[in-house]
Design a protein around this ligand. Structure first.
Ligand SMILES: Nc1ncnc2c1ncn2[C@@H]1O[C@H](COP(=O)(O)OP(=O)(O)O)[C@@H](O)[C@H]1O
Ligand SMILES: [Mg+2]
Length: 253
């Protein structure tokens, strides 16, 4: 009898989840990237218990119809690449089709979505990798993804999670990177229903920095811009002047 066995799809997903979902902040990163890939003009992130209890990301992007909802939680299912050539011409933040199935294999995941053309929304639930049926429901155009009880079925990983404050620190770091790079998109970040950041859409990067870090820092930062040989380097990283530094704003977890 052979000692080699092909792993079940559930186990394969859970192993893949180990790479793509290290902690709640990774879920926030993957879900916000999906919202940005969907052309969202507004992304609202709500966290409970440092992400252990809930990571919710609401966007007003393209949305998905019932067929796409069924597919989006399947491994290696993506709308972002089709063939080999696309691999060398990537314009989106994701393309591997791994995030949603990975998150679904280690949490209770609910994806609710409505396209702009449709007047009905649909929702799908995945629990520890078990995918439910798509059902119609009421919701605004766009997509809401909720991951609850992170790592509830992987106790070893859940034990590894740190305090709310530490997890919120990691979440804020990912949130900052994405929000600072996309000033034209409005963002908010809440923890335990309290607003941490509320960033209106703007065409001014300095304004976005001011909204995130406070006006003192935004005023002293120097933007960088250099063009040559068909390459443009602009904006981030903005550089600080020698001798000017600020402590991170304290987090209220
Ligand atoms: N917020 C969203 N809005 C619209 N479509 C989404 C959203 N999140 C996921 N999708 C769809 O589900 C697919 C799978 O998402 P994901 O597992 O993150 O893989 P990837 O981003 O690598 O394609 C995406 O390709 C996209 O078509
Ligand atoms: Mg993705």
């Amino acid at each position: 009898m052979s000692s080699i066995e092909i792993l079940s799809a559930g186990l394969v997903n859970r192993i893949a989840a180990g790479e793509c979902v290290e902690r709640p902040a990774s879920v926030v990163k993957e879900l916000v990237e999906n919202a940005l890939d969907a052309g969202a003009g507004r992304v609202d992130v709500s966290i409970l218990d440092g992400g252990r209890e809930l990571v919710q990301v609401v966007d007003d992007g393209t949305g998905m119809d019932a067929d796409d909802l069924r597919l989006c939680v399947q491994p290696h299912a993506t709308s972002k690449i089709r063939d080999d050539d696309d691999l060398f011409n990537i314009h989106t933040m994701g393309f591997r089709g791994e995030a949603l199935p990975s998150v679904g294999s280690i949490s209770r995941l609910q994806v609710t979505s409505r396209t702009r053309e449709s007047d009905v929304a649909h929702t799908i639930h995945v629990e520890g990798g078990r995918i439910g049926a798509v059902a119609p429901c009421g919701a605004r155009p766009g997509t809401t993804v909720e991951a609850r009880d992170l790592f509830y079925c992987v106790p070893a990983r859940r034990k590894f999670l740190r305090t709310n404050q530490t997890e919120m620190g990691h979440i804020t770091e990912h949130f900052a990177r994405l929000a600072l790079a996309h000033p034209a998109v409005a963002f908010s970040l809440k923890h335990q229903k309290r607003v941490f950041h509320n960033l209106p859409a703007t065409d001014d990067r300095r304004r976005r920095i001011a909204d995130f870090y406070g006006p003192e820092l935004a005023e002293v930062l120097l933007p960088i811009r250099r063009e040559g040989n068909g390459v443009l380097v602009e904006g981030e990283p903005w550089v600080g002047q020698v001798g000017v530094h600020f402590r991170q704003r304290p987090l209220r977890a």
